[in-house]
Design a protein around this ligand. Structure first.
Ligand code: PLP
Length: 406
């Protein structure tokens, strides 16, 4: 086989469909984020980032940076081992306590990323609980899908956010078969929010465990940043809450929060937990500082929500087609992968505005979009520039606008 030709052909196919991924090479500027320097290209090299998951700007927060600097200087760079062999540091243990407290659970278990936490926790539960059937929302993230697949447990996919479909499926299963329902709170690409209370009612009626991915909600919703389940007073009814430390908390890592026995079970049986080097202690300390800050401060959450409302209203006022939802995610619908990439290129090259195009397979074909994530660190002038740029581009391409209500 001509291996090189095979690789090249596969890539050409992606390019032909307009979904070959090109990464922007950025150098984030701590202290002036969302500003970043863009490397290796013509055009403006200072860009404003409008598509980051550092939703609150915590990646440059002084308390987070101080905690990282301090721990780095005192403890050094790496953890030095897996959690089992020399890698469990004081910072990891403190962070797990902080997370258990955030979600009102007995325990929490840290992983090296949110992806790994979903993959490892679902993989372990699915593989180790005899005869478990996992019911998975049709919109679930790749990390959950891969974890479930890896577990080889029986799997059913229920219609997105459709608790009636879930109810029917659970009712049709043998009463004594163990069941787990896996879903998200805020879905990252449409920004829609699950009917958590209804899903939990159905789980409880059928004796199923519930597993919620709150990756796009932790830090952002609830009195102390515990997520949508905290906001709705539902955390104690959920079996497993999964989250990330890499998005609103601004650092890196993933976790589950659950009962002491469940966390100990995953800790003891999960290959993805056991056989990998622990997070650097400095990052654990930085994440803990971020969580502690957001438990007490609502300024960042409020600032973000205000900014989101403004951007949404301003885009709608000029007829840019924005998908409605109740979250902080603003999908601007384009519906064609080539157009989506072209608009993103123009924004970057002509306006210094960075919004990555989102194409298949991240979203279904025909729903290609720009995913805009306003944060409290975007200024009023940043918003003006974004709206003007998109409006000009929409005119230039004679892209269809939504009729603006008088
Ligand atoms: C980003 C994401 C993850 C993975 O979290 P990381 O910490 O980035 O690995 C898990 N679930 C959802 C829904 C996500 O969007």
């Amino acid at each position: 086989m001509d291996y090189e030709a095979f690789f090249t052909e596969a890539l050409d196919e992606l390019k032909g469909e307009g979904r070959y991924r090109i990464f922007a090479e950025l150098e984030r500027r701590a202290g002036s984020y969302p500003r970043a320097r863009r490397h290796g290209v013509d055009g403006p090299d200072e860009v404003t980032v409008w598509c980051s998951n550092d939703y609150l700007g915590m990646g440059q927060h002084p308390k987070v940076l101080d905690a990282i600097h301090d721990t780095l200087d005192r403890c050094g760079a790496g953890a030095g081992g897996t959690r089992n062999i020399a890698g469990t540091t004081h910072q990891h243990v403190c962070l797990e306590r902080e997370l258990a407290d955030l979600h009102g659970k007995e325990s929490a278990l840290l992983f090296t990323s949110g992806y790994v936490s979903n993959w490892a926790a679902l993989g372990t539960l699915g593989a180790r609980i005899p005869n478990l059937v996992i019911l998975s929302d049709a919109g679930n993230h790749a990390s959950m899908i891969e974890g479930i697949r890896h577990s080889r447990a029986e799997r059913q996919v229920f219609a997105h956010n459709d608790w009636r479909d879930l109810d029917r499926r659970l009712a049709a299963l043998p009463k004594d078969q163990p069941k787990l329902v896996a879903f998200e709170s805020v879905y990252s690409m449409d920004g829609d929010i699950a009917p958590i209370a209804e899903i939990l009612d159905v789980c409880e009626a059928h004796g199923a465990m519930s597993y919620i991915d709150e990756v796009h909600a932790v830090g952002l919703y609830g009195q102390r940043g515990g997520g949508i389940a905290e906001r709705e007073g539902l955390m104690d009814r959920i079996t497993v809450i999964e989250g990330t430390l890499g998005k609103a908390f601004g650092v890196l890592g993933g976790y589950i929060a659950a009962s002491a026995a469940l966390c100990d079970f995953v800790r003891s049986f999960s290959s993805g937990f056991i056989f990998t080097t622990a997070l650097p202690p400095a990052l654990a300390a930085g994440a803990a500082a971020s969580i502690r800050h957001l438990k007490e401060s609502a300024v960042e959450r409020q600032g973000q929500q205000d900014r989101v409302a403004t951007v949404r209203a301003r885009l709608k006022a000029v007829g840019i087609p924005v998908m409605d939802n109740d979250s902080h995610i603003i999908p601007v619908m384009v519906g064609n992968p080539m157009h989506c990439k072209q608009i993103s290129d123009w924004l970057l090259e002509e306006y210094g505005i960075y919004v990555q195009p989102i194409n298949y397979p991240t979203v279904p074909r025909g729903t290609e979009r720009l995913r805009i994530t306003p944060s409290p660190v975007h200024t009023a002038e940043d918003v003006d520039r974004l709206v003007e740029a998109l409006s000009e581009i929409w005119s230039r391409c004679a892209l269809s606008r939504v009729a603006v209500a008088a």
